[in-house]
Design a protein around this ligand. Structure first.
Ligand code: ATP
Length: 240
């Protein structure tokens, strides 16, 4: 579904990503883990076209993304939920959701209503808060809204940037359950996380980024069992 070859990207002359190659197959959850500053957000922003790649290739659903603008991407079936949620604070929950489905507006009002209903089933708290301004939601509710808003576009690939940031453990569990449910519904998920344990626990495969390079990749279960990953990212110093 998504193929990245020899990608280099960064800011001005600064090269953050160095020769990144990776792929995501249909229906997988792929986790990208790495420390602060490893280049995870830069990777997602480059896929989304918000940062122009310095070199290399990104192919999504057989289209070279080098020729696609960020606003065209949802029409192709790829959406990103940015770090920090970035909901539209002065709009209500429902208005945020409806805006997320704008690229599907041609499907008609009945299709929009049915998609809204689906988000409310997935995130019951959003139904309770449908007329509340998004800026007044808690962090966890805003994360759910940002995910629901992205799902309104009916993407085949959803890219999530640090969905667990700043959330209490119980809320993180809830968010990760919904991410697993997205895969069950046939979505493909690219999940960038500092919470390596939570991410690798639900992912099928993972990549470890360190200073802009992929230093490890493999099945999520293998990465969870890898001693270097445990020491560096899972906070386990002593391994029996
Ligand atoms: P975090 O988990 O802290 O969000 P990250 O792995 O997502 O980290 P990035 O945000 O991609 O890392 O940052 C990678 C590097 O790029 C860092 O050294 C950062 O300082 C630099 N960087 C990020 N954004 C910019 C920018 N707009 N201009 C210049 N340098 C930037």
């Amino acid at each position: 579904m998504l193929k990245i070859r020899n990608l280099e990207s960064g800011y001005g002359k600064l090269r953050v990503l160095k020769h990144i190659s990776m792929h995501i197959k249909h229906g997988e959850i792929v986790a990208i883990i790495g420390a602060n500053g490893a280049g995870k957000t830069t990777l997602l922003s480059t896929i989304a076209g918000l940062i122009k790649a310095q070199s290399g290739e990104i192919v999504f659903a057989d289209r070279d993304l080098g020729t696609v603008t960020p606003h065209q991407l949802p029409h192709l079936g790829c959406v990103m939920v940015p770090e920090g949620r970035q909901v539209f604070a002065p709009l209500t929950v429902e208005e945020n959701l409806i805006l997320g489905g704008r690229c599907r507006a041609r499907d008609g009002a009945a299709a929009t209503a049915s998609r809204l209903e689906h988000q409310y089933e997935l995130f019951p708290v959003l139904r309770q808060r449908r007329h509340q301004y998004a800026g007044t939601l808690s962090g966890g509710e805003q994360q759910m809204l940002a995910m629901g808003r992205a799902l309104m576009a009916q993407p085949s690939l959803i890219m999530l940037d640090e969905p667990s940031t700043g959330l209490a453990p119980l809320i993180v569990q809830e968010i990760f359950k919904v991410i697993a449910a997205m895969r069950d519904e046939g979505k493909t998920v690219l999940l960038v996380e500092q919470n390596a344990k939570a991410a690798l626990t639900i992912a099928d495969r993972g990549y470890v980024l360190e200073t802009g390079k992929v230093i490890l990749q493999g099945a999520a279960t293998d990465l969870l069992a890898n001693r270097d990953v445990q020491r560096a990212y899972l906070g386990r110093e002593k391994i029996e």
